[in-house]
Design a protein around this ligand. Structure first.
Ligand code: DAH
Length: 353
C-alpha cells in the first residue's frame, strides 16, 4: 500500500468519525486527533519534506486533498451540531405565550383611611377645611382649655398616656402643662380657634391614644374625626341638620338619626348621636343588642368657657362640635364585630375593602 492509499483510508476514517461525532466536544476531540499539533495527519504533512523527491509531488497533493476533505467535513459537522444545539436551546427556553400571567396583587388604602377619606370628602363638600394638631399634646389643650375641671376622671392615669422625662417624672412644658399623648382630637379645636377668627368650619382627623387594653370594642390607639363650626347664629338645629346629612351620606338614606342628651365638658348642651339599626330599622334585634339604635358620635354646642380660653366673644359667636371614632364607624358600616381586626394587619381581612 502506498502512502497515498494510507492517506485516503485515514481520510475515510476521519470523515466517518467526524460524521458520527455526537456533539461539539466530541468533534473537537476528533479534530485534535487528526489535525492537532500531535495529530496523525499533521505528522504526515510535517514529514513531507523528508520524502524522496520523486514521491513528494504525489504524496503532497494527496495529503493536501485529504487535509481539505477533513477540514471540510469538520466544518460541515460543526455547523450541523451548532444549529442542533441552538434549536435544542430554543426549544428548552421557549415561552408559552398562551399561559395566563401571574397577577400581581396591588396594595390598597387601609379601610380606616378609606373611611376617613370618605368622611373628609363629605365635609369638604359642605365647605369645611381640614385641620391638624400634634399627637404629643399638652394637658392644657387636651383637657384644661376644653373645660375639664382639675379633678375630672379623664385626667386619671389609667386613661391617659403621659410622657415622662429622663428622671421618670411626667414631662411638663414651662413647668406647668403636662405632656401627654392626646386622648381625643378635640384639642385641635383649641389650636384652630387660637389661630383663626370665625367663621370656622373645620374637620380634624387623626390618631388618638388611651391607656386601654385592646378588646373587641377598645384599641389603645385609634382614629378620631373632630368637627368644629364657629360662626354667627349657629344653632343646635344646624348641628342636627349637619349630622343627619352626614349619617345618611355615610350609612344610607333609609337610616334615621337620634340625639340623646349627654355630658361633655367642652359642649353645652351635649348629645350622643345614634343611627338606626340597619337590620331592624329601630325595632330592636339581635344585631343591635335589642336597642334598635347604634351610637356613632358625641357632639354639642361649644361651651362658652372654651371660647373664653381662646378669646372668642361668646356674645357674638356660637358654635357646634362633634367627634367620632373612625374604627367604630367602619365597624358599624361593614358589620365588623371586633375593632382589633383593623390593626392586626391580616391581609385576608384587609383585602376585602
Ligand atoms: N372628644 C370626645 C371623645 O373623645 C368626643 C366628642 C364629643 C367630641 C363631643 C366633640 C364633642 O367635639 O362635641 O369622647
Amino acid at each position: 500500500m502506498s502512502i497515498a492509499d494510507d492517506l485516503r483510508s485515514m481520510r475515510d476514517d476521519a470523515v466517518r468519525r467526524i460524521d458520527q461525532a455526537s456533539d461539539l466536544e466530541a468533534l473537537e476531540a476528533v479534530r485534535i486527533e487528526y489535525l492537532g499539533k500531535k495529530g496523525s495527519l499533521t505528522a504526515i504533512l510535517r514529514g513531507l519534506g523528508s520524502l524522496p523527491a520523486d514521491e513528494r509531488p504525489v504524496v503532497g497533493k494527496v495529503s493536501n486533498e485529504v487535509r481539505v476533505a477533513v477540514e471540510d467535513a469538520l466544518s460541515a459537522r460543526r455547523e450541523t451540531l451548532r444549529s442542533a444545539r441552538m434549536e435544542a436551546r430554543i426549544a428548552a427556553e421557549a415561552v408559552d405565550v398562551t399561559l395566563p400571567g401571574r397577577r400581581r396583587r396591588a396594595g390598597t388604602e387601609h379601610v380606616i383611611d378609606q373611611i376617613v377619606d370618605e368622611i373628609v370628602e363629605t365635609f369638604l363638600g359642605l365647605g369645611y377645611t381640614v385641620a391638624e394638631g400634634p399627637e404629643v399634646e399638652l394637658d392644657y389643650y387636651n383637657f384644661t382649655a376644653l373645660n375639664h375641671p382639675p379633678d375630672h376622671p379623664a385626667r386619671a392615669l389609667q386613661d391617659t398616656f403621659y410622657v415622662r422625662d429622663l428622671s421618670g417624672d411626667v414631662a411638663t412644658v414651662e413647668g406647668e402643662s403636662d405632656v401627654l399623648l392626646r386622648t381625643h382630637t378635640s384639642p385641635v379645636q383649641v389650636h384652630v380657634m387660637e389661630r383663626q377668627e370665625p367663621p370656622i368650619y373645620v374637620l380634624a382627623p387623626g390618631k388618638v391614644y388611651r391607656r386601654d387594653v385592646a378588646d373587641p370594642s377598645h384599641l389603645p390607639q385609634f382614629t378620631q374625626i373632630e368637627g368644629l363650626v364657629v360662626d354667627e347664629g349657629i344653632t343646635f338645629g344646624d348641628l342636627k341638620g349637619t349630622l343627619e346629612f352626614f349619617v345618611k351620606r355615610m350609612f344610607g338614606e333609609d337610616r334615621r338619626v337620634r340625639l340623646r342628651p349627654h355630658f361633655f365638658p367642652f359642649t353645652e348642651p351635649s348629645a350622643e348621636v345614634d343611627v338606626s339599626c340597619a337590620i331592624c330599622g329601630g325595632e330592636g334585634c339581635r344585631s343591635c343588642g335589642g336597642e334598635g339604635w347604634l351610637e356613632i358620635l358625641g357632639c354639642g354646642m361649644v361651651d362658652p368657657n372654651v371660647f373664653g380660653y381662646v378669646g372668642i366673644d361668646p356674645e357674638r359667636y356660637t358654635g357646634f362640635a362633634f367627634g367620632m371614632g373612625a374604627e367604630r364607624i367602619a365597624a358599624l358600616k361593614y358589620g365588623i364585630p371586633d375593632l382589633r381586626l383593623f390593626v392586626e394587619g391580616d391581609m385576608r381581612f384587609l383585602r376585602q375593602f
